[in-house]
Design a protein around this ligand. Structure first.
Ligand code: RIB
Length: 275
């Protein structure tokens, strides 16, 4: 049986506002609404892994509302298996994103249904040795920790994207096949004293490093960069898809770099993301 990419993570509606420049603390700016877009690190990673050709299972929760229904339909239309139904009595998670003219952003997340994900949700999938689990940290951390333990018990590979950064228990960090961080998360990880067995670090357009393997990124003109939101998620999803397909570290990094470079060239964290 061929392996699947199992994504554990958030499903958010991204409420995006374009501004000339990002606001300073205490400042009010006027901006242009971009709309309500499909986002969340989990959803973005699932869509990226699917675009890369993987069979994908998405373990995440939306609320029982219009946004949640639209998002579930979007994932299913893309061919992603979504075993968990919408959660009652909680809204779909919302990310408030401010996007400047250079494509840089600030993001504040109200987790909503993402916070309702529990260990019971992990029962929705039977992990197999050929699978690759990819978990990010906008869902309850103990669920991430238990998912990694279950993946390793099943003989599957498990990757933790430590975004947004949060400390996990040292045994879980050590048992993950690799931890994936950007430069600021790498600094926080180093300060924490946590010791991953293997580390993937992303450097934006400069490329990425996986322990001893380093792959240069794809240079882009500033005019090509429309929106950097979701670029790291595209990298992680494509990396997982390449690994489940049997690619080695260097070719998986190269595929992930290509996906990240592609993702900054469209508006939103996923292509055609309007809900
Ligand atoms: O990484 C980008 C994502 O972070 C956005 O889609 C937003 O929902 C937050 O989860």
């Amino acid at each position: 049986m061929s392996g699947r990419v199992i994504i554990l993570g958030s499903l958010n509606v991204d409420v995006v506002t374009r501004v000339e420049r990002l606001p300073r603390a205490g400042e009010t700016l006027l901006g242009e609404p971009e709309g309500r877009l499909a986002g969340g690190k989990g959803g973005n990673q699932a869509m990226a892994a699917r675009r890369a050709g993987a069979s994908v299972v998405m373990l995440g929760l939306v609320g029982y509302d219009g946004d949640g229904a639209a998002y579930l339909a979007r994932l299913q239309d893309a061919g992603i298996e979504v075993p968990l139904p919408a959660a009652h009595d909680v809204p779909t998670g919302t990310a408030y994103i401010t996007l400047d003219e250079a494509g840089e952003n600030t993001i504040v997340v109200a987790p909503g249904a993402n916070a309702a994900l529990s260990d019971a949700g992990l029962d929705a999938v039977d992990l197999r040795a050929e699978d690759v689990l990819l978990a990010s940290l906008e869902v309850p951390l103990q669920v991430v920790e238990n998912a990694v333990r279950r993946a390793k018990d099943a003989g599957a590979r498990a990757f933790i994207n430590m975004a947004p950064y949060a400390a996990l228990s040292p045994d879980v960090i050590a048992m993950a096949d690799a931890v994936i961080v950007n430069e600021s998360e790498m600094r926080l990880l180093a300060e924490s004293g946590l010791m991953p067995t293997s580390l993937v670090v992303t450097f934006g357009s400069a490329g990425a490093r996986w322990d001893g393997a380093e792959v240069t990124g794809i240079p882009l003109d500033s005019g090509q960069v429309v929106d950097t939101a979701g670029a790291g998620d595209a990298f992680c999803g494509a990396l997982a898809a390449a690994l489940v397909d049997g690619e080695d570290q260097e070719s998986a990094l190269a595929a992930a770099n290509r996906a990240g470079a592609e993702a900054v060239q469209w508006s939103g964290a996923q292509p055609d993301a309007h809900l």
